[in-house]
Each structure stands twice: as C-alpha cells, then as structure tokens.
Design a protein around this ligand. Structure first.
Ligand code: UDP
Length: 376
C-alpha cells in the first residue's frame, strides 16, 4: 500500500472497526498503534502451558442488543455462546448477582415471588424524595439500604476511589435489576467470547488490502516529525492529544496480579466480586471459564487467576475508566472544544470520548462515524 488517505490512531476495537469500514469503502488506511500488537485493552495472551486465554487487561465479554454491531463482528469471528454470570463474596459467603430475586432471597433467607419483590424493596429503600440524584440514592432505590451496603457501597468506593454520593446515577444503571431468577449479568442474549480468541477478531478486522498497521508507534511523537494533511481518527485519551493543557482528566486505572495455581478449577466461575472493604481488590477473574467448549483447557490441572486492584490514574498508568463528575465534564468540554477546532480530526472510543462505553457501543459508534465520513 503506497498512498494513504486516512490515519487511524489506536488499534483498539473502535480504531479497528473504523479502519475496516473505511477500507471497505475504498480508502487506504494507515493504523498506528502505540503497543506491540493490536487489540487495545481487549488484547489477550494464550498461556503456553495450559492453553488458557488470559485477558491481559481484565475480563472482556462481548454482549450487545445492537443488530448492526452483532452482524458486523460475526463477519469476523464466531462466538462461543458463553453467558456471563457474576458471583459476589461478602462476609465469608458467596452470593449470586445481579441485583434480583436470587440475591434478595439468599441474603434475607426469604422465598419471595417476583410479584412480591417491588413492595419488599420499597420497604427496604425507605422513603426517597424525588428522582435519585446520585449513585447512592439510585442504588438504594433499586435494592434498599442493607443490600446497597453489602454489595455496592464498598465495592464502588474501591472501584472509583470516592464516596458513591459523588458519583452519577448512570454508573449503577449499568447493572441489571431483575424481579426474577435470571442470573445473566447482561440483559443481552447475544453474547459470548470469540471461539478463536479475541486477538483473532483484531487480526481479521485489519486483514484487508487497504489497511496497513504499524505497531510501536507513539502518535504524539510521530506527528511531531511527520508532515501531513490527512484526516485523523484518534482513539487515545483526549487530554493527552492536547498535551494536558487544561490538566489531566480524572481516570481510574487498574493493577492486575496474575497467578498460576495448580488446581483444575479454583473458584468455579469466571468472575467473583469481593464487595467488602476487608480486601483491597474488587474482583478475581479465572479465565479458563470463558471457554467451556475447550475441554482440554478446562481439564488442565492448572488454572490462571487474576486479582484486580483499582487505582487513581497518574502519568504513566494506563487509563481504563473515565470518572464522570461535574468537574470532569467541564474539563472535557474544554478538550472537546479544542477538538472541534481541528477540521480533519475525529476523536472516538472510550478514551477519546471519555465515555464508559462497552465494546459493542464502541463498535456502534465507530461504524457510525466511519460511514458518515464516507457519506454512507
Ligand atoms: N458494582 C458494585 N458491586 C458489584 C458490581 C458492580 O458496586 O458487585 C457497581 C460499581 O460501582 C461498578 C458499577 O456497579 O463500577 C458497574 O459495574 P460493572 O460490572 O458494569 O463494571 P465493569 O465490569 O465495567 O468494571
């Protein structure tokens, strides 16, 4: 590929979807990736000894209700039908999430029927005045105070490093609340892990004659030394793009502690949340459970687990979660105004838009901006 029409910065799920869509519309695309391989934070490594697909940056489960997104990703990989369940460890006992009939009946030792749950929750929630205005009020209105204190308050404090009263209600709305025994963590039945692994999704997205990939390239350095007038689709952090001129946006980062254990099955499921303040990590992942179809891997006498520790982002850390507060929104608006002044620039993805997108939402946004760019 000699000529280039467009530069895509970052080979995560947003960047690769943009690149593929533009390439299929006949544009010649150069993808620049800072790391040694594509995939962004969805990147996995297969453990040579056991064959376990280790999610290097924490668990990723693809799930969606968006038809166009599901169709798009299924052109490249087939999903294994894994349906995500999350357990919670609190006070020495194991419970089933999400917030629903199973949890309520388990926690209180009751046998409520679906029709009895709303009145029970209303009693536990007490009298609230008006619409919930923050995370804590919203969570209590969903499940009442005792469940909030057991399963949400301390986990959230660990995850976000602040009092849940200072967080927006939108974060807890990510969790389903069910008046049933449905234990599927996500409300999307279209869900799974690529049979051939997540890395194959990225390799196949980029496998097109109109796409060239260059890894180990820091765009912020590259643009200092290269003259060009090409359109740029950028998916790194928006504050970094403008040299942090208004100060860094607040990000949450993560530290992972990965361990091999000589037992075939350590916790019996893929994710257990630790919702109390007694341990500093939020959850433990056990990756082999994402591929129940891999019988040899499941039966292998060792397993790989990973403890996830949230931390405040400081320069040099990987940004994972945007921290949505009134102050961060104000700062974000300043960076967005800078981006709007650049005629040939599209900023996107979780880091670019500073939005708590799931993978499918990033794909959906990428399809929309790339098709809009090409005039559909
Ligand atoms: N959350 C919680 N307890 C849990 C699970 C989630 O308090 O056991 C809250 C927490 O504030 C978290 C939010 O719900 O940040 C969203 O959870 P989700 O599982 O969607 O987080 P992600 O997997 O994106 O980190």
């Amino acid at each position: 590929m000699q000529e280039i029409d467009i530069i895509v910065v970052g080979a995560g799920i947003w960047g690769c979807t943009v690149a593929r869509t533009l390439a299929e519309k006949g544009r010649k695309v150069l993808v620049l990736e800072r790391r040694a391989a594509p995939g962004g934070n969805v990147r996995c490594e297969t453990d040579a000894e056991s064959g376990i697909e280790v999610h290097t940056y924490g668990s990723h489960i693809f799930h969606t209700h968006l038809d166009d997104v599901w169709e798009f990703v299924n052109r490249f990989v087939t999903f294994n039908g894994y349906q995500h369940k999350v357990l919670a460890r609190y006070n020495g006992k194991t419970y089933f999430l999400p917030l629903g009939l199973t949890l309520v009946n388990q926690f209180y030792g009751l046998d409520l029927k679906p029709s009895e749950l709303p009145a029970f929750i209303a009693k536990e929630a007490g009298t609230a005045h008006g619409e919930p205005s923050n995370f804590e009020e919203q969570a209590i209105s969903f499940i009442g105070r005792p469940l909030y204190e057991a399963f949400i308050r301390e986990y959230t404090r660990k995850q976000w490093g602040m009092d849940p009263k200072n967080l927006p209600a939108s974060i807890i709305k990510r969790l389903p609340v069910r008046a049933s025994y449905d234990l599927n963590y996500y409300p999307d039945y279209r869900q799974g892990i690529p049979l051939t692994g997540y890395n194959s999704l990225f390799e196949r997205l980029l496998d097109h004659p109109n796409i060239a990939l260059e890894c180990n390239v820091d765009w912020l350095e590259w643009r200092r030394t290269t003259n060009h007038e090409l359109p740029v689709f950028y998916s790194g952090p928006i504050d970094a793009l403008f040299g942090y001129k208004y100060g860094p946006l607040p990000w949450r980062s993560l530290r992972f502690e990965t361990e091999r254990i000589d037992v075939a099955d350590w916790q019996g499921t893929s994710v257990v949340n630790y919702t109390g303040a007694d341990v500093p990590f939020t959850r433990i992942h056990e990756f082999k459970h994402y591929h129940p179809e891999q019988k040899d891997v499941m039966a292998h006498p060792s397993t790989i687990i990973c403890r996830e520790y949230p931390k405040t982002w400081t320069p040099g850390d990987e940004p994972y979660y945007p921290v949505d507060t009134p102050a961060s929104r104000e700062k974000l608006a300043l960076y967005q105004a800078e981006a709007a002044k650049c005629p040939n620039l599209v900023v996107g993805g979780r880091l670019g838009e500073y939005k708590y997108y799931d993978m499918d939402q990033s794909v959906g946004r990428a399809l929309a901006v790339a098709l809009q760019f090409c005039g559909r």
